[in-house]
Write a protein that binds this ligand. Structure first.
Ligand SMILES: [Zn+2]
Length: 157
């Protein structure tokens, strides 16, 4: 099943595959195995966090996502499209620049075997929320499936 988000991107020609190139919203992509991402993350977790933070923030600025009724749905769709797990925004306190989110079925944490985890997901969440709030915020792991929790939980502030 192709998500609605991908359908919309295809419709406005912001998702193109062909001639040896895959592009989403003007940025070339490569689909790589999860294990490759894991080894990259383990090599330098802080660098990975910073990279995901800034690239997703740029990406969100290009899709011109603004706070509104559809916001959570768009964020969930981005998680779907990039294979990051099933996102659920539990609480979003815009006035105080704070949020609590859950990720169900997180690929990175499930595959990591309990090592240093979630640099990718925390970076993506920090980038998304920083762009939405117009203020630099960071994401930290509150609970993680790699440490026995049922879902991963993140605090953004
Ligand atoms: Zn986790």
């Amino acid at each position: 099943m192709l998500s609605n988000f991908v359908h919309r991107l295809l419709f406005v020609k912001e998702f193109e595959i062909g001639e040896g190139s895959t592009e989403i919203i003007g940025t070339r992509q490569m689909v790589v195995p999860l294990q490759f991402m894991l080894s990259m993350q383990q090599a330098d977790p802080d660098k990975f966090y910073q990279y995901m933070h800034s690239s997703i923030q740029t990406y969100f600025s290009r899709v011109q996502l603004e706070l509104g009724e559809e916001t959570y749905k768009r964020m969930e769709e981005v998680f779907d499209v990039f294979g990051l797990g099933k996102l659920r925004v539990v609480d979003f306190d815009k006035a105080n620049f704070k949020a609590l989110v859950e990720v169900h079925n997180p690929p990175i944490c499930i595959e990591s075997g309990g090592g240093h985890v979630c640099s990718i997901t925390t970076g993506v969440l920090a980038g998304m929320f920083s762009q939405l709030l117009g203020k630099e915020v960071h994401a930290v792991v509150n609970k993680c499936t790699a440490r026995g929790a049922q879902n991963c939980e993140f605090i953004i502030k």
